[in-house]
Each structure stands twice: as C-alpha cells, then as structure tokens.
Design a protein around this ligand. Structure first.
Ligand SMILES: O=C(O)CCC(=O)C(=O)O
Length: 422
C-alpha cells in the first residue's frame, strides 16, 4: 500500500466486542475531537491519529467501523500502518476493560469517507417540492460535504406523465431502429450517436444536447439550439409531439425545474455559462450491476488530509440530476452512491470496499424525486432483478447533466447515426 502524498494512510477497521467495550472505544474516540481538527461530523483528531466512524447499523449484525488515518515514520510498509492504527485504537480503551477485536477492512492512500448520517432519509434529504420552495443552504452543504442530496417530489404529476410518454416513445423508436439494423439490444455492445449500451440490458439514450451555454442563467437559448445528434434522434424518432416541440418541452422542464437555481449558483459563477445534456438511462430485467465508477474525472485539486469535510477539493464543474420515471426498489434496481468520494480521486478502484464498510447510500427514490450529485462522485447502477418477459419492468431514469462550458465532456456515445434524417 503506497502512502498518500503527505505520508499518511487511512486504515478502516471493524471493531467487535461487548457493548460496554465498544462504548468505551467510542468515548475514547469522542475525546479526541479537537476544535479545528477538521475531521468533520462523527470524527475527531489528535496528534497523528484522525478518525471518522460509524456505529453498527441496526440489523446488520456487524461491529462499529472506523476509518483511522495515521502518519509517521513507518508509512509505506503495509502492515506497519495497520498495526499503528490498531495500536492507537487499543490505547483508547481502559486498561482492564473487556477486549475489543479489531479487523482491518481496508487500507487506502487518502481519507475514506464513512459518515453515518449520510442517508437520503436523513441528512441528504432536502425539501422544496415542485419548485414551491427554493432549495436552500442545506442542499448546497450536502452537495459540498457528501457530494449528493435528494429532493422528494421535485417533478410533479403532469410533467412526469408527459416525460414518461415522451421517453417511452423515444425508447420504442430506438428499439425499432436497432432491430431494423439487426442490432440485438441487450446482446451486442453498441454505441451510436444517439444511444449506447451501458452493459447488458442497460442503455443510455440522448434526448437533448444543448450547444449554447445558457442552460441555467441569462437569456434562455432559442429553441432548436441542440446539437445535430440530439436533433437527429428527435427527428428520426418521430416523437409524439414532433421533434422541435419535444425539445422545447425538455428545455422548459430543465429551465423551470426546482434544481435550476442551485445549479446556477454552484456552476454558474465562472461566467463561461453552463451546458445541458438530457438523456434517459433505462435498465431492463437482467441488467447486471455496474462497476463502481465516477462519471467524470477530477479537474484541479482533491481534498487533502487536513481540509475537513467541507472544502479542500476544487469546486464542482458538473452536476447530474437523476429523476426516476418509476418508483425504484430492490427488485427493479436503483443507483448506489458512496457519499464523500467526490473529494478524492484516489478512491477510484476501491469501490468494492464500499458495502463492506457500510458506507453506501442507496438511491431508493420514488418517481419524480430528484437526486443531485457531483459528477466526481463514485456510484454504480444496481441490477434489475424483476422477472423478464412481457411483464418485465424497465427502470428508466432521466439524467439532466449540467457542466461548466469550459469543461469538454467526452460522453461515450458513438459516431454513426442510428436514426435516419427525417
Ligand atoms: O443504472 C443506473 O442506476 C445508473 C447508471 C449509471 O450510473 C451510469 O450509466 O453511469
């Protein structure tokens, strides 16, 4: 295990033992909390030891998981840091108390975020449904600290119904165009200008790509300013409303959505404008779990060891808003997120540890809810386990993707057009 740049590593440890021993450990850790230590909620720091922790989740049956960072002469050697971290934890226990068993779960080159309060039902839920109330500082704080938040009922009945019809029509048109080319959706991997497979039965269909950088502020771009590829998709798909009307409808939804002022505040300050893409990601029965990934790279600096939970990393250059068109569930699937990972590029590749650490946040949203996340945040699409066949349930999620116009997005759609020009 290579040490982080500042000669520190983070060791994640599961502590098991009698309740009184775990309580003693927790008291010892709480006593480490030092003003200005920058370890954030549920953490503390003193000397060479910093920690974030979480208690066992009810019903999980595991121990308390602690993320402890240590630094010193021995870093770089592997087991040395783990011994140092476990030794530091044992030193917090009363000398003659019951023993605590410590098991190392992960050693990583940067802080590993484990904040226990980051759930969509708790700290990461903001109110302001259907644009009636603006999303306030709680939304921006959650986005900065955790990299995401959810807002129930962001899009209301009529709009949602129309979006559903619109997406169904576009998806049917894509299916027909793929079949006409002999491409078996779900069997082959393909990437057209307008639609690409995202592994097995998961697909990503582009609906709108706004070329002018005015998605959230200033005079709204004139209608029909989307890119040729999205226009082709609309024209070729021969949508219910006609391509231009469909595009205007999507632009209006994006412009009037309750998240738009927040997107403008977070991304609009650079003065270069904000670009918008809208796509629908749909997973059919049999869609496998995705690998953990971040949609975009880190641009600029990442958070360091001492920067606390709210700063240090470069500000976001892109935000994604997920709006499911159906209720999400364990059966039909959902997207799983690892809150806090937008701050450190060195956690890419460590995604497999997220569930073991209990650090995941399950995006079990209802139709019309919005989940806003930083484009650098690690996440993965979960499988669609609903039965196949005619009754099979598709999970369709609208994705509104906003990026600073100075960032060159490289979406992995292809070059060949699927839809013939109308
Ligand atoms: O299918 C999902 O739930 C999310 C898909 C996703 O995150 C992606 O394709 O990058």
């Amino acid at each position: 295990m290579a040490a982080g740049a500042a000669g520190r590593v983070c060791v994640c440890v599961e502590a098991r033992g009698p309740a009184e021993a775990l309580e003693a450990l927790e008291r010892g850790l709480r006593a480490l909390r030092a003003p200005g230590a920058g370890a954030g909620p549920g953490g503390g720091a003193r000397g060479g030891l910093r920690w974030h922790g979480r208690a066992p989740r009810p019903g999980e049956g595991g121990g308390a998981v602690l993320s402890v960072s240590v630094g010193g002469a021995r870093v770089g050697g592997g087991a040395g840091e783990e011994e140092e971290a476990c030794g530091a934890l044992r030193a917090l226990l009363p000398p003659r108390g019951p023993p605590v068993e410590l098991e190392v779960l992960l050693t990583a080159p940067c802080p590993v975020p484990l904040c226990p309060d980051w759930t969509l039902e708790g700290a990461l839920r903001v109110s302001g449904a259907e644009g009636r109330a603006p999303w306030g500082p709680d939304a921006e704080a959650a986005l900065a600290d955790a990299g995401l938040f959810a807002a129930p009922g962001a899009l209301g009945g009529g709009t949602l119904e129309k979006l559903r019809e619109f997406c169904d029509g576009r998806i049917r048109a894509a299916d027909a165009a793929l079949a006409a080319r002999g491409v078996g959706a779900g069997e082959a991997t393909f990437a057209f200008r307008e639609v690409a497979s995202r592994g097995g039965q998961r697909f990503d269909l582009l609906l709108l790509e706004q070329e002018e950088a005015g998605a959230v502020s200033g005079p709204h771009p004139r209608e029909g300013s989307s890119s040729p590829r999205a226009a082709e998709a609309g024209a070729g798909a021969g949508g219910l409303l006609g391509a231009a009307a469909e595009e205007a409808f999507l632009q209006r939804v994006a412009r009037e959505a309750p998240w738009t002022p927040l997107v403008a505040r977070v991304l609009g300050g650079r003065g270069r404008g904000v670009r918008l893409w809208v796509s629908v990601v749909y997973s059919r029965p049999g869609a496998p779990p995705q690998e953990w990934h971040a949609d975009g790279p880190h641009v600029g600096r990442c958070a360091g060891w001492d920067s606390g939970d709210g700063g240090g990393e470069a500000p976001p250059y892109a935000l994604c808003v997920f709006v499911p068109l159906c209720d999400l569930s364990q059966e039909v699937g959902f997207t799983q997120f690892w809150p806090g990972t937008h701050r450190h590029d060195q956690l890419l590749g460590f995604g497999g540890a997220c569930e073991v650490l209990g650090a995941h946040c399950d995006g079990l949203l209802r139709a019309g809810d919005a989940l806003v996340y930083d484009y650098r945040l690690m996440h993965r699409g979960m499988p669609n386990r609903s039965p196949g066949g005619p009754g099979g349930r598709q999970r369709a999620i609208l994705q509104f993707f906003y990026h600073d116009a100075g960032y060159a997005e490289r979406r992995n759609y292809g070059d060949a057009a699927l839809f013939a020009r109308a």
